[in-house]
Design a protein around this ligand. Structure first.
Ligand code: COA
Length: 275
């Protein structure tokens, strides 16, 4: 991974990184970034087979890995995964709260359970992970990164549930930064822009989203998972050791351009699904 050109190879040697939703996509990309720089990695998610495949990729980068199925909505499962991590890799130094669920739906068609499901996975699941990892993070004087979204900061059509959940995450992030700073724990959020090839992008932009390239992105291209990994590595490194409570947009400037492009393409995608 090219990351070794920008960061010292052993920057995270001896560190333990726990990634929720770490079996694929942006979260696995972040995990791989840490693995490439010497960290050991714990990943959790709902599907053990997916985690096992991801674990092989992380081991190939030299990491010791703990891969244990846990749904962030279920505190008992999360506790078991965090205990397994501590027992096999040591206490968590860096927690990445990335597990999320998403689908496009007009507000008037969003069922109460659909709304609740995304709040449960994204917002409550992120709280569960942070809260249950607190003892380990206080021991290591570690740090947390939440994966937020542009929907937290401006309305995106057909994303009411995600906007509500992610706005909650960013407020929670600042609350935790305030309260857990005295424990030596830093807490920040990353807001990824459109990242090519991810499950989220397929759901929001269609299978052929890469065809549109960087339309509406001021820097002229879609993001790659490595763009988010680089930001996570920076925020977790000693270079950032006085940074806490920050929402860092890593989006090529796309948040500046508003949600109109997204809204139009999402409307077209929903219309095509109905046809
Ligand atoms: N449109 C409208 N409502 C939807 C929907 C869609 N595309 N997909 C799910 N829902 C609703 C369901 O109808 C259900 O509500 P109901 O009981 O009123 O019918 C509710 O959401 C829960 O769905 P269910 O499939 O039982 O939830 P789950 O816990 O198995 O899965 C999801 C969670 C729905 C978020 C699923 O899409 C998922 O697993 N996503 C993970 C991957 C992902 O989204 N990655 C991208 C992250 S950016």
């Amino acid at each position: 991974m090219e990351l070794r050109e920008f960061f010292p190879a052993g920057l995270f040697a001896g560190k333990t990184v726990f990634v929720t939703g770490g079996g694929s996509g942006i979260n696995l990309g972040i995990a791989k970034g840490f693995a490439a720089l010497g960290a050991n990695i714990a990943i959790c998610g709902r599907t053990q087979a997916k985690l096992d495949g991801a674990a092989k990729e992380l081991e190939a980068l030299g990491a010791k890995v703990s891969a244990r199925a846990a749904d962030v909505r279920k505190p008992d499962e999360l506790n078991a995964a965090l205990s397994a991590c501590r027992d096999t890799l040591g206490p968590v130094d860096i927690l990445i709260c990335g597990a999320a669920g998403n689908f496009l739906v007009p507000a008037e068609k969003l069922s109460p359970n659909g709304f609740k499901t995304v709040i449960d996975i994204d917002l409550i699941g992120s709280f569960n992970a942070a809260r249950l990892a607190f003892d380990q993070l206080a021991q290591t004087r570690g740090s947390i990164i939440f994966i937020s979204a542009g929907m937290a900061h401006m309305p995106y059509a057909y994303q009411l549930h995600v906007g509500a959940a992610k706005a909650g995450i960013d407020r929670m992030m600042q609350n935790l930064a305030l309260e857990w700073g005295p424990h030596g724990i830093r807490v920040n959020s990353i807001v990824p822009g459109p990242i090519a090839g991810t499950e989220g992008m397929k759901r929001l932009g269609g299978e052929d989203h890469e065809r549109r390239g960087g339309l509406g992105v001021p820097l002229g291209r879609m993001g790659a998972v490595e763009d988010i990994a680089k930001a996570a590595l920076f925020l977790s490194s000693p270079v950032a050791d006085w940074i806490t409570g920050v929402v860092l947009a890593v989006d090529g400037g796309s948040g500046l351009a508003g949600s109109a492009n997204f809204n139009a393409s999402a409307a077209a995608l929903l219309a095509a699904q109905v046809r």
